[in-house]
Design a protein around this ligand. Structure first.
Ligand code: FES
Ligand code: FES
Length: 171
């Protein structure tokens, strides 16, 4: 082989719609994950980089309303979709969502690394299933690994958020 170098494929500029705002992404490597672009290019560090192999759920986001691991989605493939990260769940004042508040109240946050992914997953669950059974809660969270809480307090937080919503509290 000669010493010729192989050029790195570079994507043309593209636009991602994240939390209702359009963001231009320039000179991106074609293989960049959505997680990488969110964190490193768009300054949205809420989605955490854990395993980066689809195993831990810490990078969970919504793409067109579907819960996905952002580490497994090519950023360029998300053009034309509506992406929601944990930063986009709160209102414009940035106050906690009911789910976030329930996590705090239940002591379901310790180191907090898994928390953004869990919060996105719980919002997704409660939007689809307003009153989930314990099995449905555990199944919905089975893709989110936590090394600290042991899940009991996480499940308690989900139950508390459901109780608030079903008693007429703000969603
Ligand atoms: S960082 Fe994406 S699933 Fe672990
Ligand atoms: S609170 Fe530490 S990993 Fe879940």
């Amino acid at each position: 082989m000669s010493g010729a170098t192989v050029p790195t494929p570079v994507a043309p500029s593209y636009v991602l719609t994240v939390n209702g705002t359009e963001h231009g992404v320039d000179a991106s490597w074609l293989g960049e994950s959505l997680l990488h672009v969110l964190r490193e290019r768009l300054g949205l560090p809420g989605s955490k980089a854990g395993c980066e192999q689809g195993e831990c759920g810490s990078c969970s986001v919504l793409v067109d309303g579907d819960l996905v691991c952002a580490c497994l989605v090519l950023a360029a493939a998300a053009v034309g979709t509506e992406i929601t990260t944990v930063e986009g769940l709160a209102d414009e004042r940035g106050t906690f969502t009911d789910v976030q508040q329930a996590f705090v109240d239940a002591g379901a946050v310790q180191c907090g690394f898994c928390t953004p992914g869990l919060v996105v997953a719980v919002h997704d669950l409660l939007d689809r299933v307003p009153e989930p059974t314990d099995l449905e809660v555990r199944e919905a969270l089975s893709g989110n690994l936590c090394r600290c809480t042991g899940y009991g307090r996480v499940v308690a937080a989900v139950e508390a958020a459901v109780a608030v919503r079903t008693s007429g509290g703000a969603p």
